[in-house]
Design a protein around this ligand. Structure first.
Ligand SMILES: C[S@@+](CC[C@H](N)C(=O)[O-])C[C@H]1O[C@@H](n2cnc3c(N)ncnc32)[C@H](O)[C@@H]1O
Length: 240
């Protein structure tokens, strides 16, 4: 089962029943654009590459707007999750504190922050700076200290190393600069939920979380407010 909504994430989440979601796995805006602009990033990007976080219209939140969005998102996440349900949200390294503060304020139990290491990062600035190849993710639970964790007794590191979406998979995402790989999302879906359960992604972009969830036999609820990306996600999910 899949249900997708072309609307605002918080509006859609307000319409979800209390305690109806097993896993929230999402990748909200990063809130990085104001910093890039202050540092002259916009000018630099226009001469190098237009399709960048620095110019993506969906990532233009001010620091205050980002903190407010996180607060609303965490409040609705807490309400919509089942007891013991899990939330994993990606975020930039600069914003982990905002995510933690908002999640704990909403009542979510902090488990860990981990790293996604991109084995094929975009080759930018690589002769003058550290090559940017990591994103953070935060893992939280509702009203429990332990949730579903299908590690089969093996240690599961808080460090996931895999490529960004490439080739045919990338083309299916229509050029969304922040498209995640299905393999990355499958890692969390498999580990933190069970077949037949419901996975929510309120900032679904091109629908990658949904592809992972449906392929692994979970139900999926997705939300995307930008028509361009919603129209990519809808047929992509229909194909599964
Ligand atoms: C980081 S991207 C997600 C990319 C996704 N993981 C993928 O693989 O395609 C964040 C997405 O959230 C969407 N978005 C931003 N603010 C939103 C809001 N308030 N409600 C719904 N979607 C929103 C953006 O349009 C963007 O596509």
């Amino acid at each position: 089962m899949q249900k997708i909504f072309h609307t605002d994430a918080i509006e859609a989440m307000r319409g979800l029943e209390n305690g109806s979601i097993d896993l929230i796995l999402t990748d909200p805006p990063y809130g990085l654009q104001p910093h890039a602009k202050i540092r002259g990033g916009e000018r630099w990007v226009s001469s190098f590459r237009k399709n960048s976080i620095n110019t993506s219209e969906w990532d233009n939140l001010t620091d205050t707007d980002f903190a407010d969005l996180m607060e609303d998102f965490m409040e609705q996440s807490y309400r919509a999750l089942k007891t013991g349900g899990a939330m994993v949200t990606f975020c930039s390294t600069q914003k982990t504190a905002d995510v933690l503060v908002a999640a704990e304020k909403a009542g979510l139990y902090y488990k860990t922050f981990g790293v996604w290491h991109k084995t094929n990062p975009l080759p930018r600035n690589m002769r003058i700076d550290f090559l940017h190849s990591v994103e953070m993710w935060g893992y939280f639970l509702k009203d429990a200290k332990t949730g579903t964790f299908n590690g089969e007794g093996n240690p599961v590191h808080d460090f996931v190393s895999c490529p960004i979406a490439a080739g045919k998979e990338r083309r299916a995402g229509g050029g969304h600069i922040a498209q995640k790989s299905v393999k990355l999302m499958e890692h969390f879906v498999r580990l933190l939920s069970n077949p037949g359960e419901t996975v929510l992604d309120p900032f679904m972009g091109t629908g990658t979380t949904g592809v992972a969830a449906l392929r692994l036999g979970r139900n999926f609820i997705g939300v995307e407010k930008d028509a361009k990306y919603f129209d990519i996600a809808a047929p992509r999910l229909e194909e599964i």
